[in-house]
Design a protein around this ligand. Structure first.
Ligand code: SF4
Length: 216
């Protein structure tokens, strides 16, 4: 499927309740040949109006963060876990994220990025459901042959200025990876099977052991 067809189909989606109050669907934006894909949470007020992800205050800060590491927005692709604005900017619900997964996965297939930057806990949970963002932000993981960089969502710095510096520092990991520094990458591929098996075991007592094994 071409990107244009995918984009047009996505714009017509009304698979979940979020479409009822949203002005429009915001599929994603950026370079369709990008090697880096940023995944955030959900469109906010400005994004809902403009139809472009990360075009409000959090988006401006994301642009600033990219500038600090010499990456242009035109070099990356940006999308969210849900593509319609949740009412009052509330968190997206599980069933809404599930409903929108077809578009998230579709974009991943079309763009086929080598590096993902997961902005916030909702994007992180898609790939690493047992991780805690407070422990893994600013870290990079290799899994399924792709690299995942985990960061706080830029919006947190708008509510709490002390996160600004954290986000600036965490973004440097992406720069290191682009410069070919493999030492900053925690490789989950080697022990992936074992970890997946362990993560399937939901019993509480075993979670501690899992966290220790993957070095959290
Ligand atoms: S949030 Fe996603 S699944 Fe729900 S209506 Fe919008 S595009 Fe469709």
């Amino acid at each position: 499927m071409t990107y244009k067809k995918f984009f047009d189909d996505c714009k017509k989606c009304n698979k979940c309740r979020l479409r009822e109050n949203a002005t429009q669907v915001v599929p994603g934006d950026g370079n369709v040949k990008a090697k880096i894909m940023f995944i955030g949470e959900a469109p906010g007020e400005n994004e809902d109006k403009e139809g472009v992800p990360f075009c409000g205050a959090a988006g401006k800060f994301l642009d600033e963060l990219l500038t600090t590491i010499g990456v242009k927005r035109s070099e990356v692709y940006i999308t969210n876990m849900v593509r319609c604005r949740p009412p009052g900017n509330r968190d997206p619900l599980d069933d809404e994220i599930q409903a929108c997964k077809v578009w998230t996965n579709g974009l991943i297939k079309i763009i086929n990025p080598k590096v993902f930057v997961l902005l916030g806990r909702f994007a992180m949970a898609k790939f690493f459901p047992n991780f805690k963002i407070s422990k893994v932000h600013g870290k990079a993981y290799k899994k399924w042959g792709r690299i995942f960089v985990i960061q706080y969502h830029p919006a947190v710095a708008l509510y709490n200025g002390s996160f600004r510096e954290t986000l600036v520092n965490d973004m440097k990991v992406l720069r290191s990876i682009l410069d070919g520094d493999k030492l900053v990458i925690n490789n989950l591929d080697e022990k992936g099977k074992e970890i997946v098996k362990l993560l399937r075991k939901k019993r509480k007592g075993e979670q501690k052991e899992i966290q220790l094994k993957i070095g959290l």
